[in-house]
Design a protein around this ligand. Sequence first.
Ligand code: 5AD
Ligand code: SF4
Length: 529
Amino acid sequence: MNEQQRKEQSKLRTGKSVDKKSSQDKPLSEKTTEDFAHYFQTTYQPPNINKARKRYREDIEVHYDFTIPDEMNSIGVDKNFLIRTYGCQMNEHDSETMAGILMQMGYKATTEVEEADVIILNTCAIRENAENRVFGEIGHLKALKVEKPDLIIGVAGCMSQQETVVNRILEKHQQVDLIFGTHNIHRLPQLIQEAMFSKAQVVEVWSKEGDIYENLPKARHGNIKAWVNIMYGCDKFCTYCIVPMTRGKERSRRPEDIIQEVRQLAAQGYKEITLLGQNVNSYGKDFEDIDYLFGDLLNDMNKIDIPRVRFMTPHPRDFDDRAIAALAKGGNLLDHIHLPVQSGSSEILRRMNRKYTREAYLELVRKIKKAIPNATLTTDIIVGFPNETDEQFEETMTLVEEVGFESAYTFIYSPREGTPAAVMEDNVPMDVKKERLYRLNELVNQQSAQSMQQYEGNIIKVLVEGESKRDSEVLSGYTEKNKVVNFKGPKSIIGEIVEVKITDAKTWSLDGELVTKTTEVNENAKIHT
Ligand code: 5AD
Ligand code: SF4
């Protein structure tokens, strides 16, 4: 189905024209949600597990034909763009795609807001505070827009997928020229064109799209590490999470497209890739013509001559034996696994719709540690889910100790409109939630500090990424287990994997000295010198 057909279909589904003009005749103050609803290709659907399952039956189309229209391919010459990214790695990588498209249109990147002709806020909707920050930034940009009326301000990303957010921007933030969703990035040239020549705010947000756009240009940050999307969307529908609504259904890129991209990155000299997906290990489950799952992709990655392969983020439920067996082979597959648990209580996990119990998670951890003895585990945890009792929270604390997570991203539950958890009764006061978060963080910090101690005196491999942010005389890099190491050395080794002897372990980073002689050591060998 092409874009035109899609638009036609949407006209049929909503029974309305996608032409914006009719409602634009009304003054804003008289507009209702109805007036804006036609901006959405399909009507925004609240999360519904049954409907999510039905999403599997829709066709996934892969498009290989991205081009920039002739009239747009030099429109950005002598102009600058700035993209501000909020949220996760998926957003970071989407911003690289937006930057790539804008650069093909002739725009140059700037870090100065005042110099920019196009500013895009690539937003995150996962927690309320992420949204508040974006609205704060939109407010700040108002003065600049008044000064520079030709400036194009765009809002993209997960917030744009929410009808309430779009309505709020349309009603209250006239300085925003363009709102586009996570499924509309490939349309950026046309959208910029519309924003330039239209008097009205331009909105293009497709809901529940299930297509894949290959061959989009990318302006990657740096030339050492790269993100590689392997799948998009999420069909898990955890009850607290907005992502299935903002990122659409699960769909996997074809293996040959991923392999080709990673081979190219290797040939360009990249040293590390991170395979990206909301649920990386659901990879391949949507293929109807081939039996090719995440474990198979890992095996194929292992054959490519690139030193380090990571992945983000697996779901415990989908961690199958094929993936564990592939990881156990080692090679370029690193043994740091970020495995979000969210809670240590089976009852809370059930209400979160995580589809596993505490015991099943612990069993998976045992399996992983048996197959990959040096595996390092890190996690995500939410505290203060509606009606979480003290006992249930204590179960999270004991699970953190039992697994021995070396670090964790910890969050206070944030209700997201349109998710099932947002309408659950919640008797846990905010100060109790904060206290729980504090206690959890104390425990995680303690475990992190302990995990760092074991490296003192060891020689470990570090991928040197550049100068340390705090001191330009010091270099900074990451170990295989993703620990930051600071040490002195020549700038010429930036981009190389070198050996560093750890002299001092801190809670979140390690200090060390560059080892000049080359001996075959690795992080797991724990060689004491
Ligand atoms: N409130 C708090 N944390 C959340 N996360 C996702 N949704 C919410 C929410 N509504 C956390 C989960 C997830 C991480 C990316 O963000 O821990 O793994
Ligand atoms: Fe959100 Fe991850 Fe659950 Fe999907 S699996 S709904 S992205 S927390």
